[in-house]
Design a protein around this ligand. Structure first.
Ligand code: ADP
Ligand code: MG
Length: 424
């Protein structure tokens, strides 16, 4: 027995031909979509489509639950090759991906739901799906969580108040499928803008201007120094000029950046020597009988790049710590591969200031390169001013210190625990 929640029901009961639902993650968008398909495919010869941004995603996310939901109404076993379900009443539900939208042209359809429309190629709608609705005066439901001011936002703005269209906007909380504690935990792990986008379904400009937008030197820079109750961490970016690395401490859920190494025209041997000098200064004041534990983070690709003719960066670093094992006891916290740049930045931004307003990054004022990065690193734009999902690296001095910081934070405080991954 399918029972929609009240906000899902509002959408379901709207009589408009074109409907658009903007809602937060885990609102119950896909669940609603599937219920809609079952209704739309009721009746001989009727055809209802579920379309996701890609075939792979459609199959992975929607196909299983859709079969489960429709099982009582099957006419025969679902077609696993064509992702098609024939219903006993004579209607058909099919699952499609918008990545190969040209191949979708063909028969007319009575209803289409475009799930995660913000991630979909908009041409799938304009050049293929819309024309397919024409003969049968078919209906469409657009569903998504915002992704900045892209085509989903444009459609949302145009649809508002237009005849034949209905627009709905709900937060994750209103959906009633995510417990309060889960939302609070997500708010602690995400920066405010990302949280507003993902859970409050707000259209936010995440990719323009400053990358580390929440950083504020009047709040986040201080004289923070070594606390002997916590181990020292070292995190490295392997850019050659400048080579940047940071000496940090992870103090419960906070990050203290104590010092930075930014060397021009250098190599990883020199970086290690500089680390030795600075670490000795920092640790020197403590009473040491055993080797000091050092937690090491950094760019995982440092194992493929040879910064000297003979050894990779990590080989040099491991060799250095082997030669100094009476002094340092290293623990390597390195992932198999680097996180996506956007994920790494989200993790850093969540430390700078999360959606609860907590600030958990403190930088010592001697880390001038890192401070410049946090204040100046911007998103790249192309020649026509379009925003790209890449950092602006036109100034060769920039991004490396903040990259190093990102490797540590993304490894130590990845975002998946309380935060559901974006899925369909
Ligand atoms: N009306 C409902 N009744 C029961 N469970 C629901 C309902 N709506 C959503 N859910 C469940 O809530 C979770 C999130 O729903 P989903 O449709 O995947 O969210 P979204 O697509 O918005 O991210 C899923 O486990 C789904 O089965
Ligand atoms: Mg979904």
């Amino acid at each position: 027995m399918i029972k929609l929640k009240p906000p899902q029901m509002q959408v379901f009961l709207s009589p408009q031909r074109f409907r658009l639902l903007v809602a937060g993650r885990r609102f119950g968008k896909t669940f609603l979509a599937q219920t809609e398909l079952l209704r739309a495919a009721k009746g001989r010869g009727r055809v209802a489509w579920y379309v996701a941004p890609s075939y792979k995603q459609a199959k992975r996310i929607a196909w299983g639950p859709l079969k489960q939901l429709t099982r009582p109404y099957w006419a025969s076993k679902p077609n696993e090759t064509d992702l098609r379900i024939e219903l006993a009443g004579g209607g058909t539900i099919a699952v499609r991906g918008a990545d190969a939208y040209d191949s979708l042209r063909g028969e007319g359809i009575d209803f289409v739901v475009l799930d995660e429309y913000a991630s979909m190629a908009p041409a799938a709608w304009h050049s293929v799906l819309r024309p397919m609705l024409a003969d049968r005066l078919g209906e469409a439901l657009f569903i998504g969580t915002p992704q900045g001011f892209n085509h989903f936002y444009d459609l949302y703005s145009e649809a508002e108040g237009r005849p034949g269209w209905a627009v709905f906007h709900f937060t994750t909380e209103q959906g009633g499928n995510v417990p309060q504690e889960e939302l609070a935990s997500a708010a602690g792990e995400m920066d405010e803008r990302l949280y507003r986008q993902e859970f409050r379904a707000s259209f936010e400009e995440l990719r323009s201007g400053r990358v580390y937008w929440g950083f504020d030197r009047t709040l986040d820079v201080s004289e923070v120094e070594f606390d002997p109750r916590f181990e020292l961490s070292w995190t490295l970016d392997f850019n050659v000029d400048p080579a940047c690395s940071l000496l940090c401490q992870i103090v419960h859920d906070r990050i203290h950046v104590l010092d930075e190494i930014a060397l021009s025209n250098s190599n990883t041997y020199e970086v290690c020597k500089d680390f030795f000098r600075r670490a000795q200064t920092i640790l020197g004041s403590c009473n040491k009988r055993a080797a000091s534990a050092i937690r090491i983070f950094g760019d995982a690709t440092g194992d493929s790049r040879k910064s000297s003719a003979f050894k990779t960066d990590w080989e040099i670093i491991r060799g250095f710590f082997r030669d100094h094992q009476q002094i340092f006891s290293p623990h390597y916290s390195l992932p198999g591969g680097n996180p996506l740049v956007a994920d790494r930045i989200n993790c850093v931004n969540a430390k700078i200031v999360n959606a609860k307003g907590e600030r958990r990054l403190t930088v010592n004022r001697r880390c001038t390169q890192l401070i410049k990065d946090l204040e100046q690193v911007c998103w790249k734009t192309d020649a026509s001013g379009n925003k790209l999902r890449e950092l602006d690296s036109s100034n060769p001095a920039r991004t490396h210190a903040s990259d190093a910081l990102g490797y540590l934070i993304a490894q130590k405080f990845p975002m998946q625990r309380g935060v559901p991954q974006r899925e369909f």
